[in-house]
Design a protein around this ligand. Structure first.
Ligand code: ZN
Length: 201
C-alpha cells in the first residue's frame, strides 16, 4: 500500500459536510480500509497543514477524526499568543465515535479556521474545557480531558461528525478572508480585536 496518499479535502457546499456521520463498529475499526484511511488522513492533515481533520472532510461520512498539533506549527508564535490560547503541542491520535461534554460557562473566543472553508476565518466561542469519550485507532476506549486550544480542536472536529461547521457558531461580525486577517488582526490580543470589531454589548 502506498505510504503517502493525500486525499481531496472537500469544501463547504458538499453535502457530506452537513450529514451526521456513521459510527464505526469494532470490525470497521480493525479493517484494513479504516486503518489505511487513518494513515491517509494523517498524511493529508500534515500536507494541508492542519491540526485536525475529520472523515467527512475527505468525503467519508464516518465518526472518525485525526488530531495533531506539532511543536513546529507554533515555534515562531510569540509566547503571549500561545499563552492566551493555552496552545500546547498535541501528539497524533485518532478519535472514533466520540461523545463530548463541554464545561459550560467557560467560553473563550478566538479566531478559528477550517480546511473546508479555505481562505476564511472568524471568531468562534468555544468551551475552554471538554471531556471526550471515544475509541482510539485500535478501538480501545479513551477518555480525553482537554483544555485550551486542544479543547477547541476537539470541539471543531466533533462538530464535523455532526454536520456542523464553525460558521454555524461564529460571531458573524468577525468573519473575514485570511488576507485581511493576516494584514490587520493576526497578532492583536483578542481584547483589542473585540474593541475594534465590537461584538460584545
Ligand atoms: Zn474543519
Amino acid at each position: 500500500m502506498c505510504a503517502f496518499m493525500r486525499l481531496k479535502i472537500v469544501q463547504a457546499g458538499e453535502a457530506v459536510l452537513r450529514q451526521s456521520a456513521k459510527p464505526l463498529s469494532m470490525a470497521d475499526i480493525q479493517s484494513q480500509r479504516i486503518q489505511d484511511l487513518i494513515e491517509f488522513m494523517r498524511e493529508t492533515m500534515h500536507d494541508a497543514p492542519g491540526v485536525g481533520l475529520a472523515a467527512p472532510q475527505v468525503g467519508q461520512s464516518l465518526q472518525l477524526a485525526v488530531i495533531e498539533d506539532k511543536p513546529e506549527y507554533t515555534k515562531d508564535s510569540p509566547s503571549n499568543f500561545l499563552k492566551e490560547r493555552e496552545r500546547r503541542p498535541v501528539a497524533f491520535h485518532a478519535i472514533i465515535n466520540p461523545k463530548i461534554s463541554l464545561d459550560e460557562g467557560s467560553d473563550v473566543e478566538f479566531f478559528e479556521g477550517c480546511l473546508s472553508l479555505q481562505g476564511f476565518t472568524a471568531v468562534v466561542p468555544r468551551a475552554r474545557k471538554v471531556t471526550v469519550e471515544c475509541l482510539d485507532h485500535k478501538g480501545e476506549p479513551r477518555i480525553i480531558q482537554a483544555s485550551g486550544w486542544y479543547a477547541r480542536i476537539l470541539q471543531h472536529e466533533i462538530d464535523h461528525l455532526h454536520g456542523a461547521l464553525y460558521i454555524d457558531r461564529m460571531i458573524t461580525r468577525t468573519f473575514m478572508g485570511m488576507e485581511n486577517f493576516n494584514r490587520y488582526w493576526k497578532d492583536k490580543p483578542m481584547a483589542e480585536v473585540e474593541k475594534s470589531i465590537r461584538w460584545k454589548r
